[in-house]
Ligand binder design. Structure first.
Ligand SMILES: [Zn+2]
Ligand SMILES: [Zn+2]
Length: 248
């Protein structure tokens, strides 16, 4: 009898132990999936924080948020994903065919700037941005589709004209500002294929900026980079002095 009881107790204890192990395992699994879920949320929050931080810095740099800036942000993000960010060991050159708001986002986000000489402006008046990676000459040209600027109703355009001409009431100005921001948000959220046509192109990056000698303009006595000097009547002139001399 005692033996039977002992065996039964042992069996019960074993069953309890197994149940305990199984439930611990289940709890562990649940905790793990909760952890994964929390990690995902964290990742999302970090992405939002990063975007907010980037947008905040960019807005300070540019002065305001606008649809043009939003187009530049989207184009720059595509460049980052497909070409990479400019770095000391990976040179990226951007060629922009506009000098509007978008270019500030290109500079801020990709690290291609006028000062570094890896931002080149072609004054073609097109919303097109080409990015070239020097290491392998991989290049893409991102052309903004007219649809990016499309308006379901023309209120934005109408208000824009009114605000620019100074004829808008403060209520209209406020309405314009709101729709301007809404348009920027719409561009930030739109699928990229709706905004751009993107083409791989073959273009070799322009030569790296060289250091040139400075020579004195004989007219104004200011120093000029030698490649920007103009000869006029055998005299070395800077461009403004050359233009003045030529107009005489
Ligand atoms: Zn702007
Ligand atoms: Zn001069």
């Amino acid at each position: 009898m005692t033996l039977l009881l002992t065996i039964l107790t042992a069996l019960l204890a074993a069953a309890l132990l197994i149940a305990l192990v199984v439930s611990l395992f289940l709890i562990l699994r649940t905790l793990q999936s909760v952890r994964k879920y929390i990690e995902k949320i964290n990742w999302g929050v970090r992405a939002i924080e990063k975007e907010t931080e980037m947008l905040g810095g960019l807005q300070d740099f540019h002065g305001h948020m606008c649809p043009g800036l939003a187009v530049g942000i989207r184009a720059a993000e595509i460049a980052l994903a497909r070409i990479g960010k400019h770095a000391s060991d990976e040179q990226i050159v951007a060629i922009v065919e506009t000098d509007m708001c978008a270019v500030d986002a290109i500079q801020f986000v990709t690290g291609c700037t006028f000062g570094k000489g890896n931002l080149i402006h072609h004054d073609y008046g097109k919303n097109a941005f080409t990015f070239i990676r020097r290491s392998d000459n991989k290049a893409i040209r991102i052309l903004t589709k007219p649809a990016a600027w499309d308006d379901p109703d023309d209120e934005h355009a109408r208000l824009s004209t009114k605000v620019r001409s100074g004829a808008a009431t403060s209520e209209e100005a406020a309405r314009f500002h709101k729709s301007h921001l809404a348009k920027a948000r719409q561009i930030l959220d739109a699928p990229s294929e709706q905004l751009f046509s993107i083409n791989e192109t073959t273009i070799t990056a322009p030569k790296k900026a060289r250091i040139y000698a400075s020579i004195k303009c004989v007219e104004c006595n200011e120093m000029v980079m030698e490649t920007r000097l103009r000869k006029f009547g055998g005299r070395d002139l800077c461009i403004p002095c050359f233009e003045k001399a030529e107009a005489r």
